[in-house]
Design a protein around this ligand. Sequence first.
Ligand code: NAI
Length: 415
Amino acid sequence: MYMESMIRNIALAESGHKKIQWVERYMPALNAIGEKLRKDQTFKDKVVCVSVHLEAKTAYLAKVLHEAGARVIVTGSNPLSTQDDIAAALVEDGLTVYAWYGATDEEYFQFLNKSLDHHPHIIIDDGGDQVNLLHTTRQDAMENLLGGTEETTTGVVRLRGLDKDGLLKFPMVAANDSYCKYLFDNRYGTGQSTWDGIMRTTNLTVVGKKVVIAGYGWCGRGCAMRAKGLGAHVIVTEVDPIKAIEAVFDGFEVMPMAEAAKIGDIFVTLTGDKDIIRGEHIKNMKDGVLLANAGHFDVEINKPELEALAVRSFEARHNIQGYELANGHIINLLAEGRLVNLAAGDGHPAEIMDLSFAIQALAAKYILEHHQELENHVHVLPHEVDIEVAKIKLQSMGYAIDTLTAEQKAYLHLD
Ligand code: NAI
């Protein structure tokens, strides 16, 4: 098994095991669901390819699937978010891993291809690269495929594009679109971990700063909310007039990026779109600004235009690249413009990923049990799955709630 895997260093496993054990304690919903999956050996003899940011919570999901009978093959979903000690721990536990921190683009796709060589029954994708390969150069790896699940908004956007054009070749569950995923992961998870990544990387204050949040979707509103809590003056940029009104009513300033660029101290992009911060904005920025991205791909800050404007570039601090412009201003880019919470931090808190990965585990089970009736489209899990996960989570947090009486159900026209 060691021979099959491609990781940096198996000797790092002990540190990885500790990190995984730590998060396990804070993932009660996945624990409860995992217990049943293990007992039933739900995934017996099935090959599951997991391509998700390889840190401790992902590792724990992979272990649960492995212990539930699957042969699990793990790769990362971003070159900078793989933690080498976690990869080593998984290999020691008998999983096959192809991933290391700082993979080149070529290595990253080599790893994805190697994982697809195992001809999966189920894929768990994050961002859509795995699905894209299966639709282009690796159609041969589809022979056993029953379907898959997608973790994030950008991946779901790509899937819906394929679906709309009638090109999707197998059913995919948009795990991202379950309430127990996006309401908590995208909002509270990104909200906390983005600031964790920025603060631990820079060791600078947020209080008193003008923070520009690009995109007021689920991630953006979480990030804006936490910036406000940290004492920042928050400015939001948007293209959707409804989201812009929400931002105003939530107490934030709203303006175009061209205006925000002149006054911001810290910029965070969370749109899933490209070229949000471009050369024309960078030229007008103040000296010493911080640029960070928390959207899935490193295309939100236009790096080629930043590089073209720079007269000099240097490593300002680990994971921070400084770019000096002709006017002497320094523009600091965090984590190469890759998602700052994962490339410069440990990702979302375990309690949040508990919900996301409980959904993922049940989504994989759903594919297994329903693939015959699922057409080659993007599907959302039935609402009962959300309710099941939410109930376990709420109980684990020590909260009880009321239940509807028969009279109330009738009054509300519910069955
Ligand atoms: P969303 O669809 O809820 O929000 C995106 C927002 O950006 C929308 O309101 C949209 O109108 C706005 N937007 C689009 N183009 C824009 C532009 N040019 N200028 C300003 N605003 C623009 O999406 P969500 O769930 O908030 O996800 C955003 C990104 O974050 C995606 O790439 C997603 O995959 C990623 N993500 C990252 C996570 C992380 O751990 N860093 C966690 C979850 C999602």
